[in-house]
Ligand binder design. Structure first.
Ligand SMILES: Nc1ncnc2c1ncn2[C@@H]1O[C@H](COP(=O)(O)OP(=O)(O)OP(=O)(O)O)[C@@H](O)[C@H]1O
Ligand SMILES: [Mg+2]
Length: 561
């Protein structure tokens, strides 16, 4: 966050306006002071009208300044949003594909909290609070007792709020967390509704939900009861403190044995209420001020981390697609698990590699490392000699085609999805669709390339989704194509289309990595890598690797026999 920019352009002017507005707000006080103190005793109509006119002007100016101040804050709000939101979203999405917990998950929420505070009621009240010493001085000059009353009242209110927070926050937090768990459970039930309905899971699901919900209710009742009791006490204190100032005026009058000057008394009321407003605000919003501060600290940390990232590098020439992995080791810190161990291999530009291996051997993880969505802890992955982690992801992305094992499409048209959410370039889109053998199929759809595919591609069949995912991977001219089980939901026609696509990319000299269990596709690859438990069990020309595997197997069989 460029603090200086905001301070100079928004908060300094607002502070200055606040200052003037606050000075003008003293006008009614001076007016009443003059009116009751002098005008009435001198019985001068002229002075009365003149003073009233001056008051009117002062209040008009104050109103005008107040609206300008508000509009400055609105602009600040928009400026903060425009400057920061895209960066945050970017970082959040980058973080979301990381294998580790995403620390920026709440960044947009934090931003909203800080922004609302900075540009809303909160900031204005805090700015008013800076005036407190001035008000206190004036009050003191009127009568020291009044200041004591103010301080005493404030301490009582402050204590009541802090005590409320202290007594309720734990039970409230527990209730909220239980309620979030329940909501998450319902979300996943809706996501899995097909399985739930098909297999009669509904009664057990409702039972589990009821148990969770009962707990939420118990916790919430506890928290509300507590809060209710405390709120009675605070209401009592609030009214008591409110009445206190009256009492103090009366007491002063009694003590000094003369009625206090009514002008002074009015002025005293006005200024007391001005002084108590920010105090009341700060005490009653204490929790939200603390939360906003926490959000701010998180955001600040986030921005420091963002700015620590390496600067955008010089644009490298388009790669040819040569790939090299050097001693790549990858693990997930949260689960303390090593998923890939010391993986090394290399591919010349245009070579095709098949990766096979049992489930959970790390094939998909290797694919994610190859396309740069995950980062290895040790070792280097190079494309044309340059470490891919040094490539800005937009640049690398242009040369990479990736079909993940679980394809996710976006709500939008087929063309937009194939064009990777870019403004679709018809020629490139049709080209990619042709490569994936999809063109005719798309033309048969109700709106052709402009057919909406629904949230996540809901309106498509599994096979259609997979083939559109393939076309998206082929869009543009990728130099590296990574396909993770691309045949999982394909029919025979789809499989033929896939094999044809593999032949075409081979002719175009695209380096291709194909993860598959199906020997059919292995006919298309030149090299083969067998992964076992995260390590390379064999790598080399396909025939050689297969022969080795055959030999190992027959040796094992002999030992077994
Ligand atoms: N996001 C993740 N968090 C924690 N562990 C993960 C994550 N993704 C994968 N793993 C673990 O990494 C290991 C390798 O998973 P991976 O998906 O790479 O296997 P795979 O070889 O692709 O299996 P399959 O053939 O079933 O697709 C598994 O043990 C899995 O539990
Ligand atoms: Mg996999």
């Amino acid at each position: 966050m460029n603090k200086l920019f905001f301070i100079k352009n928004f908060f300094l002017p607002t502070a200055i306006f606040s200052l003037v507005v606050n000075l003008l707000m003293l006008a009614p006080m001076i007016y009443s002071f003059q009116l009751f103190g002098r005008v009435i005793s001198t019985k001068s109509f002229e002075a009365f009208w003149l003073l009233s006119l001056l008051l009117l002007i002062a209040l008009l100016v104050m109103g005008a300044l107040e609206s300008v101040k508000a509009s400055i804050l609105v602009s600040a709000n928009n400026a903060i949003d425009a400057m920061i939101s895209p960066d945050l979203l970017r970082k959040m999405i980058e973080g979301a594909s990381s294998a580790e917990q995403n620390p920026y998950h709440h960044a947009l929420m934090d931003l909203r909290a800080v922004r609302t505070f900075l540009t809303g009621h909160g900031m204005i009240q805090l700015m008013e609070a800076f005036w407190l010493p001035v008000y206190m001085l004036i009050i003191y000059l009127m009568h020291p007792y009044m200041l004591y009353a103010l301080i005493f009242g404030s301490i009582v209110m402050w204590g009541a709020t802090v005590a409320t927070g202290y007594l309720t926050s734990a039970s409230l937090a527990e209730a909220n967390s239980a309620s979030r768990d329940t909501a998450r459970f319902v979300d996943s039930a809706i996501l899995n509704s097909e399985a739930v309905n098909a297999m009669g899971m509904l009664p057990s699901l409702i039972h589990k939900w009821s148990l969770m919900n009962d707990r939420v209710m118990v916790l919430q009742t506890q928290a509300s009861k507590r809060a209710g009791n405390i709120s009675g006490v605070t209401k009592f204190l609030q009214s008591l403190v409110g009445a206190l100032s009256m009492g103090v005026f009366a007491y002063i009058s009694l003590q000094e044995k003369t009625m206090m000057n009514p002008g002074l008394m009015m002025a005293g009321f006005i200024i007391l209420s001005k002084a108590t407003a920010p105090i009341m605000y700060i005490t009653s919003s204490w929790q939200s001020i603390v939360d906003t501060r926490t959000s701010y600290i998180r955001l600040d940390k986030f921005f420091k981390e963002v700015s620590r990232e390496p600067p955008v590098l010089m644009e490298l020439p388009p790669p040819t697609g040569q790939i090299a992995l050097e001693h790549v080791t990858f693990g997930i810190r949260a689960s303390n698990k090593v998923i890939l161990k010391d993986v090394s291999f290399s591919l010349a530009a245009g070579e095709t590699l098949g990766i096979v291996g049992p489930s959970a051997s790390g094939k998909s993880s290797l694919a994610r490392l190859l396309v740069g969505v995950w980062k290895q802890q040790q070792g280097v992955i190079r494309m044309d000699g340059a470490d891919i982690s040094n490539w800005p992801s937009e640049m690398l992305g242009r040369y990479v085609g990736y079909l993940p094992q679980n394809i996710e499409l976006f709500a939008g048209t087929i063309a937009e999805n194939i064009a990777r959410l870019d403004e679709p370039d018809s020629e490139l889109v049709i080209n990619a669709a042709n490569m994936a053998g999809l063109h005719e199929l798309i033309l048969q759809m109700p709106n052709g390339y402009d057919t909406q595919i629904g949230e996540g591609g809901d309106f498509l069949s599994g096979g259609q989704r997979q083939r559109i995912g393939l076309a998206r991977a082929l869009y543009g001219s990728p130099r590296l194509l990574v396909l993770d089980e691309p045949n999982a939901s394909l029919d025979t026609a789809g499989e033929t289309a896939l094999i044809n696509a593999l032949i075409k990319v081979k002719m175009l000299g695209v380096t291709t990595v194909l993860i598959t269990h199906n020997p059919k596709y292995l006919s298309q690859v030149e090299k083969l890598l067998i992964l076992q438990n995260g390590s390379v069990a064999a790598f080399g020309p396909k025939e050689w690797v297969l022969a080795q595997a055959q030999q190992a197997k027959s040796q094992q069989d002999q030992v077994a026999a």
